[in-house]
Design a protein around this ligand. Structure first.
Ligand code: ATP
Length: 353
């Protein structure tokens, strides 16, 4: 897949910006606050129907304007395709080729992408829910059944929590029986993804760090080999859960552990090592998604090379040569370090100069 042409109209600080991208590396560079990240935000929006900076679509409309419009022309399955999104305070229009879609959620999967953003650090230093979200987002994109079980599990668990709070002991078992198949599906798929990510992520990290950082990933599940019945555990925990008014065990409490050279990255690794680990995970995710969907997703990297030393930055650039289409945003990356085939766009006040 290859994003050829992108139009941003009244999107963030872009009035009307027209990008003709290279099928390989694209560098969007310029000083702070000029509209670089907004380009990646537009690509992410076309990919997921969401922004990674706001839940409020009005924030995306250029100040003083009434609407925003995005148009992407891309080649997929060797065919030229087009995706358009228009939004004003009252109307949303989503058109994929000649079909109109009612909801933004319908566009998920049309223009798949992997984004690396500075906030991704939360994946390592943040709470376990950040790491579960990381797994859930990618599993849901690639497997509709996962999304079904995720929603089914959380809905049933909410009901179980309600029953715990209102002391309706007789209904607990029914909710637990609904939660069980979905819980098992979520745990199984998350463990599978974690173990799949390990090899490519370890390989990318070794490349980035000149073989210094050795990665290990463990999915910490509520279901262990020693104690394999969730149903029995929920039953055993009912008294405790009733006191705490919440379900204390299940995939909603699971976590992902990142170890660097045997030590927990969250507590032991330097900032540059954590950033390198994030890049390695994102590149591994790209590998995983490509395998799942059968073609290359777009790779978007915001604030390229942040906190990496020059050698690691150089290694990261070398990694790009293994990918198809890449979009890099940076306020300071040197053009000369990037491959000769890179197409560069210098941004100033929401326009290409
Ligand atoms: N709805 C909007 N209308 C107009 N301008 C906006 C809107 N939303 C954000 N901006 C402004 O757009 C500018 C560009 O933001 P963006 O994050 O894309 O910049 P950037 O070039 O990536 O900056 P940095 O290098 O600092 O990350 C910012 O100055 C921001 O205040």
């Amino acid at each position: 897949m290859y994003l050829k042409h992108l139009i941003l109209r009244n999107f963030r600080n872009h009035k009307e910006t027209d990008f003709h991208f290279s099928a390989l590396v694209n560098l969007i560079y310029g000083n702070n606050g000029q509209g670089k990240t907004s380009v990646l935000e537009a690509i992410y929006f076309l990919s997921t129907g969401r922004s990674f900076r706001t839940h409020n679509l009005s924030d995306l409309i250029r100040e003083g304007q009434q609407y925003f419009y995005l148009e992407a022309h891309f080649i997929k399955d060797e065919l030229p395709q087009k995706l358009q999104i228009y939004y004003d305070e009252t109307t949303k229009r989503i058109q994929y080729n000649h079909t109109n879609y009612p909801k933004l959620a319908n566009i998920i999967g049309i223009l798949p992408s992997i984004l690396s953003h500075p906030n991704d650090l939360a994946l390592i230093i943040g709470m376990p829910n950040e790491r579960r979200r990381f797994l859930d987002i990618y599993l849901s994109q690639a497997d509709p059944l996962y999304l079904h079980h995720l929603s089914r599990y959380y809905k049933a668990m909410k009901q179980r929590n309600y029953a715990l709070r209102s002391q309706e002991i007789q209904t607990l078992s029914a909710w637990e029986h609904i939660m069980l198949p979905s819980a098992l599906y979520l745990i199984d798929k998350r463990a599978e993804l974690s173990s799949y990510l390990l090899d490519p992520a370890a390989e990318w990290l070794s490349l980035l760090s000149n073989k210094k950082d050795l990665l290990d990933i463990h999915y910490q599940s509520s279901l262990t080999k020693k104690d394999s019945s969730l149903l029995l555990k929920w039953e055993k925990n009912r008294h405790k859960d009733m006191l705490l008014k919440a379900t204390t065990l299940g995939p909603h409490r699971d976590d992902l552990l990142f170890l660097l050279s045997g030590k927990q990255a969250k507590n032991f690794s330097s900032e540059g090592q954590k950033r390198s680990l994030i890049y390695a995970l994102k590149l591994a995710q790209w590998n995983w998604m490509q395998k799942k969907i059968g073609y290359s997703p777009l790779l978007c990297i915001d604030d390229f090379g942040m906190q990496l030393d020059p050698k690691r930055q150089e290694n990261l650039i070398f990694c790009f040569t293994r990918f198809k289409q890449v979009f890099i945003c940076s306020a300071n990356v040197l053009k000369s370090k990037l491959p000769d085939t890179t197409r560069s766009f210098w941004m100033e006040r929401g326009a290409i100069l």
